[in-house]
Design a protein around this ligand. Structure first.
Ligand SMILES: [Zn+2]
Length: 200
């Protein structure tokens, strides 16, 4: 019972305690973490508006699981298409792959790795992952453009100043240290300094 679908079912299971549902969501995020676990987790807390007291809005956990599910579906579909392409290529005697799949070279669960857990793209996760895969397929150079947000890169080898995605992925071994106290506040959803919606 550790697969993504099984854990996602637990998140949506209203008979379980809020804390158990939260831990199931963490398992889902460990399985599907396009920004790396910490940045993906921070995104989910903010985007799904998961409250500090979970019982205030239990639907937030479901919103977060749904977002991860949509993201995973995008990657799985690409992986299936790639597997079908490789079967066709092998059938015609082509043994070496013509294109490199990004989920193999970067680790599919960290397709848009963000070394700073609090600096990551702000759009829907599935949309960002789709954009990365589309730009990869189109042959966009990772040295010249950010595959996540599309801006032109002036400093190759550095995290994108706009969206926070690092072109080298986790293999770049470049990580912004986040104080453990700060991370505990993210985990406890004590994001008092998160941007508040503009109220007229
Ligand atoms: Zn970017």
């Amino acid at each position: 019972m550790t697969s993504f679908p099984a854990q996602a079912r637990r998140v949506r299971d209203s008979t379980l305690s809020p804390q158990r549902r939260l831990y199931a969501l963490r398992e889902c995020a460990l399985h599907c973490a396009p920004y790396g676990f910490r940045a993906t987790w921070h995104h989910l807390i903010v985007a799904a508006r998961i409250p500090r007291r979970l019982s205030d809005d239990l639907d937030a956990l479901v919103r977060a699981a749904d977002e991860l599910q949509r993201t995973r579906d995008v990657v799985l579909q690409r992986a299936q298409e790639y597997a079908a392409l490789r079967r066709r290529e092998k059938a015609t005697g082509k043994r070496l792959p013509g294109t490199r799949p990004p989920w193999n070279s970067w680790g599919w669960s960290q397709i848009a790795y963000c070394p700073d857990p609090e600096h990551h793209p702000t759009g829907p996760l599935a949309t960002v992952v789709q954009a990365v895969l589309d730009r990869h397929d189109a042959g966009v150079s990772v040295d010249r453009h950010c595959l996540a947000c599309g801006i032109e890169r002036h400093r190759p080898g550095r995290a994108c100043p706009t969206c926070g995605v690092h072109p080298g992925g986790p293999a770049a071994c470049w990580r912004v240290p986040l104080g453990e106290e700060r991370w505990r506040r993210v985990w406890r959803r004590e994001l008092d300094d998160r941007p508040t919606p503009f109220v007229r």
